[in-house]
Write a protein that binds this ligand. Structure first.
Ligand code: ADP
Ligand code: MG
Length: 225
């Protein structure tokens, strides 16, 4: 299989977003690998301490399959990456991140990722996490980052702002959403066993979502240069 867009030959079978997909996978896998200890330390405080290790297992698998995933059309690659995360990550976060990517990929299908479709993809992905987790923002989970990120993306896309401004709005939403989890008491997942005692610590899943949003935005801004 030829990774689309790599090498600049542009053969008839080349995937137009292949190079982007390859860089997204590399950036996501790198940010998780660099933050394994930080994520597990947060999970040790209010969960069972495995969030960093869980995610690193899954994102390393994506990195190992990078060529194959980059050769597939974006929608299909997202669905396959989601399935791999479900299989490899385990815990609560595997099926949740898996649902996010699978729903995004299913929503895009074989279409090209126009701004309108990216908004629809992200909305569908976040809705799938809510459905799978029976949860919503305000419960000290990854949704406290994902929901405001989807809202910021939608608002910026509807307003038709430039890419840098859109990325700024998305990053601000992610950072604020993460920080807000500190003062929340968990009502879902393992941290909910602690009740009010979970207040004072950032949620590990919100932290990983925030890191992943930063990684994706970094790649998107590289593209704009
Ligand atoms: P586990 O809790 O099974 O050990 P992880 O440690 O990998 O799984 O992931 C924990 C993270 O998963 C939490 O910090 C939280 O963000 C997220 N999470 C757990 N349950 C839910 C849920 N019902 N809805 C949304 N996110 C959840
Ligand atoms: Mg855990």
């Amino acid at each position: 299989m030829t990774p689309g867009g790599v090498g600049g030959c542009g053969g008839s079978g080349a995937n137009p977003t292949g190079d982007l997909q390859s860089r997204l996978i590399a950036a996501a896998a790198a940010v998780i690998a660099e933050n394994v200890e930080r994520l597990s330390a947060l999970d040790r405080a209010i969960g069972d301490g495995d969030h960093g290790i869980n995610l690193n297992r899954g994102f390393s698998a994506l990195a190992a399959a990078r060529e194959q995933l980059a050769a597939e059309p974006l929608g299909r690659a997202l669905q396959n990456a989601g399935t791999m995360l479900v299989m490899k990550v385990g815990g609560a976060s595997g099926p949740l991140y898996g649902s996010l990517l699978m729903a995004m990929g299913k929503t895009l299908g074989d279409a090209a990722p126009t701004p309108e479709r990216v908004v629809a993809m992200v909305d569908a992905g976040v809705a799938a996490v809510k459905a799978r987790g029976r949860s919503d923002a305000g419960e000290k989970t990854m949704l406290d980052v994902l929901v405001p990120v989807a809202d910021a993306l939608r608002r910026a896309a509807v307003a038709g702002v430039a890419r840098a401004e859109l990325v700024d709005a998305v990053l601000r939403a992610a950072d604020q959403g993460l920080e807000a989890t500190r003062d929340l008491a968990a009502t879902k997942g393992r941290a909910s066993f602690l009740g009010r005692r979970s207040v004072g610590t950032l949620d590990p899943g919100a932290q990983s979502s925030c890191l992943l949003v930063h990684a994706v935005c970094g790649v998107i801004m590289e593209d704009a240069k």
